[in-house]
Write a new protein. Structure first.
Length: 384
C-alpha cells in the first residue's frame, strides 16, 4: 500500500500529462499537465492510455546524464521509501552526481508533501563546491547547514570531520580569517607545582652562602695541606717579587701534587655538603636561609641521591681542573650563567641534566611529600 494520497499527479509514463491516482493505481485518461483537473476522479468508463517510456530529464552542463531507470508500469505503485516517480526536477535544477542514490533506509519525514507545481530554488543558489552528503546515510540535524563555499579553516586548526555541520546560527568566519595576536607576552611565567620560580638574585646569594660554608670546611680539612703548599711556593713567590723581570723558577713537583690533592679534597667536601642535603630535603644551608628549594619537574617527592648527584656532578666535577689554567672554573662559570638564557623555567645546565627546577618556598609551606612505605607483615596473621 502506497502512502501517496489520492489525487491528480503527473503521469510517470508521460510527464507532460497528468492522471488520477486512487491510492492503489492509475485510473482514467491522461490530460495535459497544464490543464486544470476536475475536482474529483475522472469518469469510470475512461480507459487508461498505453504506458510510455518516462522522459529522462536533461543533465546540467558539465555533468553526466543519469542512467535510465526501469519504466514504471501503469497501475503499479512506487516502492515504499522511494521518492515519488512523478517528481521531476524544476528547470535549471543541477543534476545529481553520477551514480548518486538516496541513502540506505531513507524515509520521507512524516507529513512530507511534494513541492507545489512551479517551485524553484532561490536565484543563484548552488551547493558548495565539493560538498558531499554525510557518510553512512546520516542526515544533518534540523537547522544545520554546511560551511559556505570556499571556506577554509585557519592554519593549524584541526580538520573538520567528514559529515560535520555547524550548529544553527553559528557565526562562520570569512575566508582568510586569522586569529588576533595574543595580547600578552608568551610564555606566561611558569609555576611548577603551584610555586613561584626562585629569583635569580636569591639563588645567587644562596650559592654564595654555600661557597662560604664549603670554604670553611676546606680551612679545617685542607689547612695543613695548604700550609705545606705555601712552604713550597714561597721561595718562588719572593724571588718573583724581588726580580719581577727575571724568568720565574718552575714550581716543584711536590707543590703540584699538593695543589691537586687539595682540589680533590675540595671536590669531596663539596659533594658531601650538597648532595645529601639536596637528596633529602632539596635545600642546602644557603637555600634554606634564602627560602629556595630544588624540586623535580614531575612531582614534589625527594630528589634521591642519584638525581641529586647528577645535578651536582654537572657543576662540581669540574673542580679538579682548576689547576689546568683555570679550565674547570671557566666551565663552572658557563654552567652557572646558562640560567640567564632560560626565560621560562630559569634552569641552568645542571638543572636540565637532572630535570629539576629551583622554586621559592612560601611561608608555611608543608613538608615535602614522602613516598608511601609498604606495611610490615603481621607475624600473627591478624590474630591477637
Amino acid at each position: 500500500m502506497s502512502s501517496l494520497p489520492a489525487g491528480w499527479y503527473k503521469d510517470p509514463a508521460d510527464p507532460s500529462t497528468q492522471r488520477w491516482w486512487d491510492g492503489e493505481g492509475w485510473l482514467g485518461k491522461a490530460i495535459p499537465a497544464d490543464q486544470t483537473p476536475p475536482d474529483g476522479p475522472p469518469p469510470a468508463e475512461e480507459e487508461p492510455p498505453a504506458a510510455a517510456q518516462p522522459v529522462t530529464p536533461a543533465a546540467a552542463p558539465g555533468t553526466a546524464a543519469p542512467a535510465p531507470g526501469p519504466a514504471a508500469a501503469p497501475g503499479v505503485p512506487p516502492a515504499p521509501g522511494a521518492p515519488p516517480t512523478d517528481a521531476v526536477p524544476p528547470p535549471g535544477w543541477p543534476a545529481p552526481p553520477p551514480g548518486w542514490h538516496p541513502p540506505p533506509g531513507w524515509q520521507p519525514p512524516p507529513g512530507w508533501q511534494p513541492p507545489p507545481p512551479g517551485w524553484q530554488p532561490p536565484p543563484g543558489w548552488q551547493p558548495p563546491p565539493g560538498w558531499q552528503p554525510p557518510p553512512s546515510g546520516q542526515q544533518p540535524p534540523s537547522g544545520q547547514q554546511p560551511p559556505p563555499g570556499g571556506w577554509q579553516a585557519p592554519p593549524g586548526y584541526p580538520p573538520v570531520p567528514p559529515g560535520y555541520h555547524l550548529p544553527p546560527g553559528y557565526p562562520v568566519p570569512p575566508a582568510g580569517w586569522q586569529p588576533p595576536p595574543f595580547p600578552y607576552p608568551y610564555p606566561v611565567q611558569a609555576r611548577p607545582h603551584g610555586m613561584a620560580l626562585a629569583g635569580l638574585g636569591r639563588r645567587l646569594v644562596a650559592r654564595l652562602v654555600d661557597i662560604a660554608a664549603v670554604l670553611v670546611l676546606n680551612v679545617l680539612v685542607n689547612g695543613w695541606l695548604a700550609y705545606q703548599w705555601w712552604l713550597e711556593v714561597e721561595p718562588i713567590f719572593r724571588a718573583a717579587m724581588d726580580e719581577p723581570f727575571a724568568s720565574p723558577e718552575p714550581a716543584s713537583v711536590r707543590s703540584m701534587y699538593l695543589m691537586l690533592t687539595m682540589l680533590f679534597v675540595t671536590t669531596a667536601l663539596w659533594l658531601a655538603y650538597e648532595v645529601p642535603a639536596l637528596a633529602n630535603s632539596g635545600q642546602t644551608l644557603g637555600k634554606r636561609l634564602l627560602r629556595v628549594k630544588v624540586v623535580k619537574l614531575e612531582d614534589t617527592t625527594p630528589l634521591g641521591f642519584g638525581r641529586a648527584f647528577r645535578r651536582w656532578g654537572r657543576l662540581g666535577m669540574w673542580t679538579p681542573l682548576w689547576n689546568c689554567y683555570g679550565l674547570g672554573f671557566v666551565a663552572q662559570l658557563i654552567d652557572a650563567g646558562s640560567v640567564l638564557f632560560d626565560q621560562r623555567l630559569h634552569q641552568a645546565l645542571h638543572d636540565k641534566s637532572a630535570r629539576t627546577v629551583v622554586v621559592a618556598v612560601p611561608p608555611g609551606h608543608p613538608k615535602q611529600a614522602e613516598p608511601a612505605k609498604p606495611e610490615a607483615a603481621d607475624p600473627t596473621g591478624g590474630r591477637r
